[in-house]
Design a protein around this ligand. Sequence first.
Ligand code: ARG
Length: 462
Amino acid sequence: MASLWGGRFEKDMDELVKKYNASIFFDQRMYNEDIDGSIAHVTMLAKQGIVTEGERDQIIAGLESIRKDIAAGKIVFTVEDEDIHMGIESRLTARIGEVGKKLHTARSRNDQCQVDGRLYLKKEIREILNSLCCLESVILEKAEKYADKITVGFTHLQHAQPITLGFVFMAYFQMFRRDIERLTQTLERMDYNPLGACALAGTTMPIDRHFTSQLLGFAAPCENAMDAVSDRDYSLEFLSDASISMMHLSRWAEEFAWWNSSEFSYIAIDDSFCTGSSIMPQKKNPDMAELIRGKVGRVYGDLMQLLTVMKGTPLAYNKDFQEDKESLFDAVDTWKASIDIFTKMLDKTEFRMDQIEKQLGKGFLNATDVAEHLAKQGIPFREAHSIVGRMVKTCEGKGCDLEDLTQEDLQAIDSRVTKESLGDISIPSCVDARVSFGGTAPSEVRRQIAVGRAWLESLAEQ
Ligand code: ARG
């Protein structure tokens, strides 16, 4: 079958070349966007008097019938279609006759594939933003529920200070808030229309790119035609947004895996989010958390793939750019599914406060609080730090907690320290007192929740 571009060729493409060259097997995912772009284009051509209104109507009806048939699975694309643009255009002409050949006036596949790509990604970004907002809303619910429940705060995976669970949730809330803001900015920056850039240099035809931009819901046309067909920054920005957000998910997934271990037992992941072992009957494995952790690798790979494709490519369009799609689609699918799975898993997870409580007595979680008490009484913090360090050493020798040191023990360490000067260093008092802005006290966590909720509600109103 001769290709739509076959005029100057004497030979058909080699079979291997056809297969290697074709993008139809993956770019058919964007058939709706391709048809939307064509309808906007022909509507503009008619407004500008380049085609008649009758021709426009015939073309639009043909495109809509093709859309219906693709959706119903009645059209099977093959390697002969080469890509979705030609797959649709050749069928249009087959259905409505010669008039179909007018559609490709004042455009090129170089701008067409970019219209499709941007429309597709804008739609997916809106869905991903929606998924991230659902995750944020589950986080807020959990943060409220556990606002004053105490757990162990770690640094270097060592017991550090007592914190509230609500505080942990709100830390993750901030990460996903930045992901949402970053993705929203990507969406704004990519909202420009390449249609009418044509191959690279615009056209002599009297087109109206502002009109097609309006019809397709873009903020404005891309300013420079050559940039419009050569730019893949928007995909790269999306992939880097996806990479950062997947990294956030993987960090929490990692915490889920160890919180769920027999050593920790902080949580029990719902049965419906775990799998069993084919040999060990007792096993209940946190596979979803591990898969999320693992799938980050794909998304980083997708970003590296496209960065590498784009490196050193000269202006304007090069066939290398056809390699911009599969990695993008993979990242869209992987990121979206990972957020949704994580959200559901989090929603169904209960924290085992009885188990967590058993850990609170270990590792001198209140040591910093003792040092701060002493500092409040006029002992310079550096000295207070060293005094408490010696107290901890004595405790380790005696096998007791800081609260158990006797008056004699304390006086032997430093004459300024008495049992009274230690103040109230029970774990709940330590947590309640960390009211500095952004701190872990329940009152402060509730303030953070209120700010987070107001922000999330403001997004819903937009
Ligand atoms: N399938 C191509 C792509 O995805 C469409 C653009 C082809 N343009 C060209 N001049 N060969 O990039």
